[in-house]
Design a protein around this ligand. Structure first.
Ligand code: 1HN
Length: 348
């Protein structure tokens, strides 16, 4: 393939004239945006160990009252983009949020969509469009774009959760904003979606013509997810992946429009070598421990830890030898599928 011309090879007065005219030559920049054969990720894989971040988060609880924070969060900043980057990967924002007993985080709604994975503590809840969703470790709770939400805490211990949002996409689209509102009262049927969609394959019957809710299931309790993983593991062949997707039970689509969530189980000592995927991903370990290798770089993780992987990463996960490891994977595959370029390639 031909070498493309450089900027330096152009006469200085020509370059200056282009700058004055607010134009620039494409050819010196072309390979930056169209590398050959596969994207060149900006993202650098990273491990965010809960033991390192938890004390800082609790300290934030002392340093910054909730009234001064609105959301008390330490953002998981991609080292490839530099500290302060509000991105864990290209499309995925993640942060660890702390709510202390008695606190409330004010009500708002915004264009980006969110899901929370509860890391520790009991007694907190989030109210999403009137539906009160209790929070327990490992639960996945949705806050789809445009839906009002606030958080509260009736318990006795700090509660920490991992927020995942498609915020970077909305910022890029110049489409990110929030509308503030008053704290919500819980509706008369708390956690209703959880009750209505409690069994796979069984859906509530609605009158003819009644609209199907866009987001029928708001909370995926860990107890159910864990039991489903364990049932799968009991029939899966050794080495066969045990992974379940969090989906909209009415349509089978991903639970949020742009971000996908799956729960995976690795049996004690088991190794998984997934295909190369065009989607970027963030993994959160709910139970157990293990090691993941991302393009040859090793990250040892345990319950509460979170790590990121790049697009088309060579991945290997290995669970510790004592107990199964249970992880939740967040990725941007649903967005890539909507844009019709999601791809999987066999491992080299
Ligand atoms: C947000 O609304 C929450 O509601 C958490 O808890 C983190 C990060 C950026 C933008 C909105 C929440 C957020 C956020």
């Amino acid at each position: 393939m031909a070498e493309l011309g450089t900027l330096e090879s152009l006469p200085a007065d020509y370059r200056e004239a282009m700058t004055q005219a607010n134009v620039a030559p494409l050819w010196p920049m072309m390979r930056n945006v169209l590398p050959h054969d596969a994207p060149r990720p900006v993202t650098k894989p990273c491990l965010w160990a809960i033991d390192r971040i938890r004390p800082l988060l609790l300290q934030a609880g002392e340093l910054t009252p909730i009234e001064k924070a609105e959301r008390r969060v330490l953002v998981l900043s991609d080292p490839g983009r530099g500290n302060g980057a509000m991105q864990a990967t290209s499309v995925i924002y993640c942060g660890l949020q702390l709510l202390l007993p008695g606190e409330t985080a004010p009500s708002h709604k915004h264009t980006p969509s969110a899901a929370r994975i509860i890391v520790e503590g009991e007694g907190a809840y989030t109210i999403v469009e009137g539906e009160k969703c209790p929070m327990s470790r490992g639960d996945v709770i949705l806050t789809p774009g445009g839906q009002r939400h606030d958080h509260g805490h009736d318990g006795k211990e700090p509660v920490i959760w991992l927020d995942a949002l498609d915020l970077p996409l909305f910022v890029y689209l110049e489409g990110s904003y929030a509308v503030e509102g008053k704290l919500q009262a819980a509706a008369n049927r708390p956690d209703a979606s959880q009750v209505e969609y409690s069994e796979a394959g069984l859906l509530p019957v609605r009158p003819l013509g009644a609209p199907r809710p866009a987001y029928p299931l708001m909370r995926y309790p860990w107890a159910r997810t864990r039991a489903a993983l364990d049932r799968m593991a009991s029939v899966a062949a050794p080495g066969e992946a045990v992974e379940l997707a969090f989906v909209n039970p009415e349509t089978g689509d991903s639970c949020l429009p742009t971000l996908g969530f799956t729960a995976m189980l690795l049996r004690a000592g088991e190794t998984a070598m997934p295909p190369l995927r065009s989607a970027s991903a963030v993994f959160h370990c709910v139970e157990g421990e293990g090691v993941s290798t991302v393009n040859g770089e090793s990250f040892a993780w345990k319950a509460g830890d979170t790590f990121s992987t790049t697009v088309f990463a060579q991945l290997m996960h290995k669970a510790g030898g004592k107990q199964p490891a249970r992880l939740i994977r967040i990725d941007d595959a649903p967005l890539q599928k909507k844009l019709a370029f999601y791809e999987e390639r066999p491992r080299a």
